[in-house]
Design a protein around this ligand. Sequence first.
Ligand code: GLC
Length: 520
Amino acid sequence: MDSNGDGVGDLPGLTSKLDVLRDGTPSSLGIEGLWLSPVYPSPNRDFGYDISDYSSIDPVYGTMEDFDRLMAGARARGIHLIMDLVVNHSSTEHPWFRQARTSRENPFHDYYLWSDGTNGKPPNNWGSTFGGSAWEWNEQTHEFYLHSFLKEQADLNWRNHRLREEIHDIMRFWMNRGVDGFRLDVANYYVKDAQLRDNAHEVVITQPMPGNPSKTLYIPMSREVYDHTVDQPETHDALREMRGVIDEKPGHMMVGEIAQRTQGQVLSYYGDGDSELNLVFNFFFFVRHFRAKDFRDIIQRTLDLLPEGAWPAWVLSNHDVVRAVSRYHCSPPMTKSMIGLLLTLKGTPFLYNGEELGLANTPLLRKLLQDPVGKRYWPLPVGRDGERTPMPWDDTANAGFTTGVPWLPVSAPAMSYSTESADPTSVLSFTRRLSWFRSHHSALNAGDMSIVAGPSDTCLCFTRTSSAEHMTITINLSDQTVAIPRGSFTSDQIPLFSTEEQPSMDSLAPWEVRIAAAPA
Ligand code: GLC
């Protein structure tokens, strides 16, 4: 929400909408935490993920006083707030890098990763995630610096202990201002191979991705394996140290983005006996079809591999991927089944702003694109602007987001918070209702989980159990009515919650989400 008409959402705008997020009644979304994407000063080459000052607020979003007001407003409503901590790299405009690049003797030089290369060429075959070599020449010192992302995002040297102390102090700075924790950007990238050995490549046949229009395309391509750039053992050491800082104050947490890896590798970031990240995003739904079989596999594997005492975190959409509604071509009932799943699984559900409305990606003209990745590959569906367009609040001009010119066109102006609020059958009304139900049932918000056989293969069926309650959740992930056989596991259960106004005891409606009290 933009408060000052400059077309960009800002902290006072967000503060003015806190009641929408949680006002203590069933007519708000009822969230318990807010993850704020980067609001620090930034040249904004990568949507703020290129930070030039870790301890201030970019004037475009407001002032530190605005931040304090947001914090106070959140706290008053029982909303925790976490900041995005982007410390695999800084902006090349950060004073550390401006100093570091001036001479090899500069005290900040060792805060970054450098190499002489050979014969004017980079030292190895490491590629930037955004394309091209991960090495960029620095004329002043006659060497290359590493950038795993854009060349304006220089990788920090996590083997430098002074640098680590600086990061810990940044964490303490925000914790002292009241924040409850951090979302750690690409947390498995921190430490790189000390010998700078080449990464392996593997030939993969690209699978048609859900949401990719080129559905029949199977292209063999060479893919970098990242074996020397991510998941180095010392990264786990660094995260354990950061966990020490988090634990200096009770009730703080870190959730990490662990990209590019297998489920087992991703879950290893919880550490032994909960010693590293408190939560690790599970991104595996992104690359699967929205079918019971695919989702059941991912969920079961997560439950099997999750370390003792660890708590999952589920994601269907974020600022980097095509919104789930577009990815899976969802109708509103299908969207409800997706949100139904997210809010009933064992774990912390992360909703991406607008997901609660059932927002789709916004198609954009090339000249409007802001994301460097989108500009590079347009018209391929790889740019990230389509999922970042502003929230539609109401049916006034620019959907009530701004009185000025929005930085990207507003999403689906025909759909908005106010129209969906007024419609009891909307995705928003459903999300609020389920969120309220979830918060009042320990089986759902804290209970254990087991997958059980449902009435058909197209249904996902699982139990959630706390010391006080035992529930069965059945979600029909198909557009067909599913019969519930008499005498079957799901047949004698009393529905407590459903997407249907009058759930039938004999069948599940297409895309129905049903929560029932299971016999003890
Ligand atoms: C993470 C962020 C993404 C960003 C990248 C580099 O993947 O989610 O938006 O481009 O890191 O910081």
